[in-house]
Design a protein around this ligand. Sequence first.
Ligand code: AMP
Length: 200
Amino acid sequence: MAPASSLPAMTWSPPSRPDAPLSEWVRPVHDWPKAGILFRDLTPLWADANAWARTVLALAKPFDAAPPDLVLGIEARGFLVAAALAAHWKRGVLLARKSGKLPGNTFREEYDLEYGRAALETSADILRPGTRVLIADDVIATGGTAEAAHQLTKATGCTPIAFAFLVELVTLGGRARLESRAPVHSVIAFDGDGGVRVAE
Ligand code: AMP
């Protein structure tokens, strides 16, 4: 069978110790999807039951005392994060989808990505005003995507209470961009010099 991709073979492997820092389950992929991008691939973390369970607990912890009413997940990997948090608190999920995927009336917000431009949409007219929403995604880079999700949440009449990310790319400055809007929580933070902070 032909390989699905022409990427060079990668030598990376996940840790063997179950108590290893969570950052060790994040696979770095250089020059993907474009030259110059260091992509943080969470596939190994999601595939490991113990690492994923630890991550969900660490992501939820600051909000356990007063969980949101609803968790908004950003397409596509943010859906996983939002669904896991919502199940942890027995709360509902709201989808921030890419263009043209949602039926009915929608709100739309355009934004810049680290590598491109995109738009997010969410359903209008289905949520009670004042619903407390946590905005969740896998990675915060420049913060543009989460900022658009924040605008969408406000457009629905809901109240964004905070942002939650599995991974923060510190040097791209997303936290500073978002913190004037709502508190930002991340579990694993990579800085540009190889430093890593894990909040567990
Ligand atoms: P941004 O809007 O710049 O904060 O980009 C965040 C979105 O792009 C998230 O939905 C991530 O899934 C994705 N993303 C951006 N940069 C990376 C990266 N270096 N590694 C993994 N995902 C990324």
